[in-house]
Design a protein around this ligand. Structure first.
Ligand SMILES: Cc1ncc(COP(=O)(O)O)c(C=O)c1O
Length: 369
């Protein structure tokens, strides 16, 4: 999408919206969904999109209708909301600590949908066994391995032993997952994906050594998705691809015209500085960026939001460029779209002609546990 396209759309819809607001270019989003599904199909992988990007049951349904095998959730609330909407198969890709009310909710959720959860410690496996009681066999567990991100996950050679422990306690070990989070910087995508393949192969071997069958080998992120083609991988879990953002363009995993969401803002102050103020600060855009890179991309002014306060965005004006007027609508492309969507209660859905066709709730907005 060219800069002009964002501005043209916003120019047409601005009278009908209250800024700041996230505007979804639904045709771009449909193309993004279809393209990732086609990639997965072409390489014989199942697609299980992560819902943390859109948190919208309508968008989850579009992904399932396009052929996704199920959805990935980041916490129990997200899993509950998508299960309540009828999603038949959910993977909670997180080392959930299932005690107290979470234990009850988890057990109840396994009655509503086919549920699997991430595990990466014997303590968490034991807590899951206690949570599930006599229904332990209803819960699938997928062992998380660390492929280099240094976040959660056991060392790959240890995956089989943890799966064996889960099986001995009555849970159903399904396989392995990993998240190549170290592929999120410029130039790092391919290397992180290679680390991921190596880690998954090692983990599969450790399952085999324990005599435990592996049906799921789950990989990926949006930046590394295109490199998730190794035969060991059965499933990919990208999230951001549904909208894409400025970071995805910077990393090289999407084109500017594949960005399907921008934040509509309005210039609210011009006091003659080298910047004007727009009505989106950290409450809308989160604190995604650095002073060097800026906190949001402003294609129509060839610039960035140089600084954010909670409700104020400082739009740096290029020297000699046009100065927007107070009241002028300005589209902002988020650096990282996921926390931006989570800031809002609804998405404004716009079609190819630039008309508002619907408003969809961000169903799992702010759901943190
Ligand atoms: C466990 C897990 N899987 C999948 C994803 C999706 O990756 P992306 O947001 O880059 O598409 C994430 C992102 O944080 C994740 O943490």
């Amino acid at each position: 999408m060219s800069a002009d396209r964002f501005s043209t759309v916003l120019g047409a819809i601005a009278p009908g919206i209250s800024t700041p607001a996230p505007v979804v270019l639904i045709d771009v989003v449909r193309d993004n969904i279809a393209r990732m599904q086609a990639f997965a199909d072409a390489h014989g992988k199942q697609l299980r999109p992560h819902v943390k990007t859109h948190k919208s049951v309508r968008l989850g349904r579009l992904q399932l209708d396009a052929g996704a095998v199920g959805l990935t959730a980041g916490n129990l609330s997200e899993a509950e909301i998508f299960a309540a909407d009828g999603c038949p198969d959910i993977f909670l890709a997180y080392p959930i600590w299932a005690v107290g009310s979470k234990a009850e909710r988890l057990r109840a959720l396994t009655e509503r949908t086919t549920l699997s959860v991430g595990v990466e410690s014997t303590a968490a496996v034991d807590a899951l066994v206690d949570a599930m009681g006599d229904a332990a066999a209803r819960l699938g567990v997928v062992v998380e391995v660390d492929c280099g991100a240094g976040r959660s996950g056991v060392a790959p050679p240890d995956a089989g032993a943890l799966a064996a422990h889960a099986a001995a306690r009555g849970l159903r070990p399904l396989g392995i997952f990993t998240y190549p989070g170290h592929g999120g910087t410029v130039g790092a995508r391919e290397g992180a994906a290679a680390d991921q393949t190596r880690a998954l192969r090692t983990a599969v071997a450790s399952f085999v050594a324990e005599g435990i069958p592996v049906s799921v080998v789950s990989a990926g992120s949006t930046p590394t998705a295109e490199f998730c083609t190794d035969p060991v991988i059965t499933e990919i879990r990208p999230g951001e691809y549904v909208f894409n953002d400025h970071d995805n363009v910077r990393l090289g995993d999407c084109l500017p015209e594949q960005i399907g969401l921008f934040v509509a803002t309005t210039v609210v102050s011009d006091q003659g500085h080298a910047h004007v103020i727009v009505d989106a600060g950290t409450k809308a855009l989160a604190r995604e960026g650095t002073p060097d890179r800026g906190f949001g991309n402003v294609p129509s002014f060839d610039g960035v939001l140089a600084k954010l306060n909670e409700y104020h965005g400082f739009l740096a004006l290029p020297p000699g460029g046009r100065r927007p007027e107070v009241g002028e609508p300005v589209p902002i492309v988020p650096n990282h779209v996921c926390p931006v969507v989570n800031s809002f209660e609804e998405l404004i859905i716009v079609d190819r002609a630039g008309a508002i066709v619907d408003r969809w709730p961000v169903d799992a907005q702010g759901q943190l546990n």
